[in-house]
Design a protein around this ligand. Structure first.
Ligand code: AMP
Length: 250
């Protein structure tokens, strides 16, 4: 089974990203970048499938600037076999990303595309669903368990009301949720080995993808700063403050 995994380059989840002074977007200058955490879970799942003899080839795909090669390289160190970098300096919207994936699916004919349920920068939660629509393949979102058997996969999905189990025919698109697995760290020998693995480079234009934006970002504002809290000595003082300062009780 051939698996495509999506690895998006985003600001590391530990970094507190600030908005640019003119509020036109996040200020990513000198910010530590990493693989989107949900994509790490997708990589881990594909690697486990290879270790269990289910997957035969794992291809890591990133769409982004030249520097996104680092995230593809990390996926290779974690166990992907080869990489594809679709190079663009434009921050593409989910539809354009999905079209790039569709073009790669047409060339590579994977049995499964594994993506994160969302990218932590744009929080769009759209790309996997759009690839599903463009390819016409079966699709399962928010996977917390995936089992493969003979041309089908069974996916347990995390939904608001609990867990939902669905069966899909391959090829399929699956977006992964937090509880699917715990990603491993790349070992030093595997980081060294990954340097020899191939990363093919292409562009949205070469893939024939129309990247014209449909949505314009008008403004990006940071959340309002929280006021510092106050420590009270006892319940009596709390009640006194709620009554006379906050005036929320009488
Ligand atoms: P989104 O719809 O933007 O929230 O992204 C959902 C998932 O699509 C992410 O978790 C990634 O797995 C994948 N994805 C989105 N953008 C990219 C990109 N530029 N390169 C690779 N994968 C991406």
């Amino acid at each position: 089974m051939k698996i495509l995994i999506a690895v998006k380059r985003v600001a590391d989840y530990n970094v507190k990203v600030r908005a640019k002074s003119d509020n036109t977007g996040p200020d990513l200058a000198n910010v530590k970048m990493a693989i989107n955490p949900f994509c790490e879970i997708a990589v881990e799942e594909a690697v486990r499938m290879k270790e269990n003899g289910i997957a035969t080839e794992i291809i890591a795909v990133s769409i982004g600037p030249q520097a996104a090669q680092e995230q593809v390289r990390t996926a290779l160190a974690l166990g992907a076999d080869r990489g594809i970098l679709v190079e663009t300096d434009v921050d593409l919207e989910p539809l354009a990303i999905a079209k790039c994936f569709k073009a790669i699916c047409d060339k590579e004919n994977p049995d499964m595309v594994l993506l994160g349920k969302q990218a932590i920068d744009g929080d769009n939660n759209q790309t996997g669903q759009m690839i599903g629509a463009l390819t016409g393949w079966a699709q399962a979102t928010f996977a917390s368990e995936i089992t493969v058997d003979d041309g089908n996969i069974t996916v347990i999905r995390e939904v608001d009301a609990g867990l939902q189990t669905v069966k899909l025919k391959l090829p399929a698109i699956v977006t992964v949720d937090l509880r699917l697995n715990e990603p491993r760290y790349a070992s030093l020998p595997n980081i060294m080995k990954a340097k020899k693995k191939t990363i093919d480079k292409t562009t949205p234009e070469e893939l024939g993808v129309d990247t014209a934006p449909r949505v314009i970002l008008l403004k990006a504002e940071p959340p309002a700063e929280r006021q510092a809290g106050v420590k009270v000595e006892d319940v009596a003082e709390l009640i006194e403050k709620l009554k006379n300062e906050a005036k929320v009780i009488s």
